[in-house]
Ligand binder design. Structure first.
Ligand SMILES: [Cu+2]
Length: 169
């Protein structure tokens, strides 16, 4: 799994435990109010309840933002003499899965495939007529020169796992 997906899962867990903590608290304060005055004094002050609820709502907001608006960060290829080079790890997906290169300059992408899944044994750059086999535990070099700025997709053989190549003018 990719890093940001893991982080998303992590947020879900925090969120779930907060909601649980909140409902347990609501339940216990309800039963307190039905019992004697002594117990009522133990109840958490309202500002604490508001703070906990606000934190929970904040996390829900963060969660929604995370899945709807967060984009994985693009990684810029490194200039080596007149070629722009970048290593891409193939392991459950492409890492990075968003890469940035400059238009009109040769690009060398080094795909290192660590994932034994048959799904990832090929990488395609349809816009550049490139299809390359990626042998396991080896680095495979893909070279081309993009001459038009824009966003291009690269993918596995079945077009299930994808990455984005951003060509800047
Ligand atoms: Cu695939």
């Amino acid at each position: 799994m990719l890093k940001y997906q893991k982080t998303g899962l992590y947020f879900s867990q925090i969120l779930l435990s907060l909601i649980l903590a909140n409902s347990v608290q609501a339940f216990s304060s309800e039963s307190h109010s039905q019992t004697t005055e002594k117990f009522r004094q133990i109840q958490q002050p309202i500002p604490v309840k508001i703070a906990v609820t606000a934190a929970g709502l904040g996390l829900i907001g963060l969660e929604i933002w995370w899945f709807m608006f967060s984009k994985p960060k693009a990684k810029q290829a490194t200039q080596i003499q007149d070629t722009q080079e970048l290593e891409i790890l193939v392991d459950g997906g492409y890492e990075p899965n968003r890469i940035t290169v400059n238009s009109g300059q040769p690009v060398r992408l080094k795909f290192y495939r660590k994932d034994p899944s048959h799904c990832l044994d090929k990488v395609l750059f349809p816009d550049f007529n490139i299809s390359k086999d990626l042998p396991l535990d080896k680095t495979t070099t893909v070279e081309f020169t993009p001459d038009k700025p824009g966003e291009y997709t690269f993918s596995c053989g079945m077009n299930m796992v994808r990455g984005t190549l951003e060509v800047r003018g």
